[in-house]
Write a protein that binds this ligand. Structure first.
Ligand code: GLC
Length: 463
């Protein structure tokens, strides 16, 4: 390691490897925003969004239900068979929207979804439905897991808010989500009714509760980040008093925090790289916390840091590989590959991973080691920042002091599940915050198919 890269790494680590004192303002900032969000009506950029789900499954429910799960990358329409005893079986139709669909007219997009719903009912899972349901004589209920902010007014009604994740659908913001679905189903002659709308975090929490009824947090750590938890209805001041009065005292309602939107320059330790990346994004100043730590952004942050190293002659002999200066050209997947790599196979992965860039001079093993170390620093900060969300949600619910029971977190998402060492890093970060004794009680458990199973469960619980 040269002297210059040593200096650059020292600076980088001092900015990125946050200690407990540096995490405290973030956790406190989140706790403060929880309180503000509980009071502020959900308009525009809403947080702390009520789901109107006040019941968690017991694990004994049975039957076949249909759900739809839309995220940044995939649309999944699923027939979920609840088998009881916490077991499920899923059969799905999966498609990815093109850029044109994501940025075009809303109606076209919803028509595309309706086609996928039809494919599930009439082809893929035909045998799981009654003949009258397949023919359209009988209405089929659909639980919709929408991984974007929605201002929910009822369990099956909600206004579409600003979407993010590359979606800029025309004529959708401000419209009722269920109505947009129903119009498309009508255009396509489908007898399907949206019986529940939920955020993916709410879906994850509900799905996890099917296998572990003691779950208290549903957390998505994927392309985006977000979390849901049960809050006492009496604390959700933003709900009208008459609405709150309808629920028996002590009732808890699942809240979609939209923690992704939390944070501002005052308490997030934004670096020059975060600021540069945010400026180059098509939605600047939106989701600042998420941009520091979720899968959609880690690769670009790494690229920006690597560019700094190159400019200082500390990487690739000071030569920018052709194409490497292209913003967003270095996906988070490359970081995973570099970090997963072991020395003996480095040369192979180097060609595979960096093959898309043109190098005047082939990078050395030292170059790869430097790039990998940058990846490690960026992803370690991501784990540290994720731990702040978990810590704030645990504190908000008083879970540490209430009892000595384990604290169950249903986790879902590619960054958590597939990024190498992320799980260990997150555990280490929680240990740094809570100490060994308490952090040992925190169980981060993977929820498979959170969105679709949660969607089906809520559709069932609400019918
Ligand atoms: C984004 C969305 C949020 C979703 C999260 C995880 O932050 O705004 O609604 O829950 O991604 O998918």
């Amino acid at each position: 390691m040269t002297e210059i890269s040593d200096i650059l790494f020292k600076k980088l680590e001092s900015e990125f490897i946050l200690n407990r004192d540096q995490l405290a303002p973030i956790v406190n900032g989140f706790l403060n925003e929880f309180q503000i969000g509980l009071k502020t009506p959900s308009k525009g950029l809403a947080t702390m969004i009520p789901s109107f789900v006040t019941q968690l499954p017991t694990g004994n429910e049975t039957g076949t239900f249909m759900s739809l799960d839309l995220g940044g990358t995939n649309l999944r329409i699923t027939a979920v068979q609840l088998l009881g005893d916490g077991h499920v079986k899923v059969l799905e139709v999966k498609h990815s929207p093109t850029k044109e669909l994501k940025t075009g007219p809303g109606e076209l997009f919803f028509d595309w979804i309706a086609d996928a719903v039809e494919e599930l009912i009439t082809v893929k899972a035909r045998h799981l439905f009654q003949p009258d349901q397949v023919s359209g004589k009988e209405t089929l209920a659909l639980g919709v897991c929408w991984s974007f902010p929605v201002d929910q007014t009822e369990v099956n009604r909600g206004t579409i808010l600003r979407m993010g994740k590359g979606f800029t659908l025309q004529n959708t913001e401000g419209r009722d989500l269920a109505t947009m679905f129903h119009e498309a189903f009508e255009r396509k002659g489908l007898n399907v009714k949206v019986s529940a709308i939920l955020n993916d975090t709410v879906g994850t929490l509900v799905a996890h509760a099917y296998t572990n009824p003691r779950s208290r947090i549903g957390l998505i750590f994927a392309t985006g980040v977000n979390a849901a938890y049960p809050e006492k209805v009496e604390n959700i001041i933003k709900l009208d008093q008459q609405v709150r009065d309808k629920y028996p005292a002590g009732t808890e309602m699942l809240l979609n925090t939209e923690i992704d939107i939390f944070g501002n320059e005052d308490y997030l330790p934004l670096t020059s790289y975060d600021i540069t990346m945010d400026k180059s994004h098509n939605q600047p100043k939106f989701q600042l916390y998420e941009k520091m730590m979720s899968g959609a952004y880690l690769g670009e942050l790494t690229r920006l840091i690597a560019m700094d190293f190159i400019k200082n002659d500390a990487l690739f002999k000071g030569q920018i590989p052709e194409g490497f200066d292209e913003p967003w050209s270095f996906p988070t997947m490359y970081m995973s590959a570099l970090e997963r790599d072991v020395t003996s196979t480095r040369q192979v992965s180097l060609e595979k991973i960096l093959g898309k860039y043109h190098f005047e001079q082939q990078p050395s093993l030292e170059d790869i080691a430097i790039l990998t170390r940058i990846c490690r620093i960026v992803s370690t900060r991501s784990a540290l920042l994720c731990s702040c969300a978990i810590a704030a949600l645990i504190e908000q619910q008083g879970l540490v002091t209430k009892s000595n029971a384990d604290i169950i977190v249903g986790m879902n998402g590619s960054t958590y599940e597939f990024y190498p060492f992320m799980e260990e890093r997150l555990h280490r970060a929680l240990r740094q915050w809570f100490g060994v004794e308490i952090s040992d009680r925190i169980r981060l458990e993977i929820t498979s198919d959170g969105g679709s199973v949660g969607g089906a469960l809520i559709a069932m619980l609400c019918c």
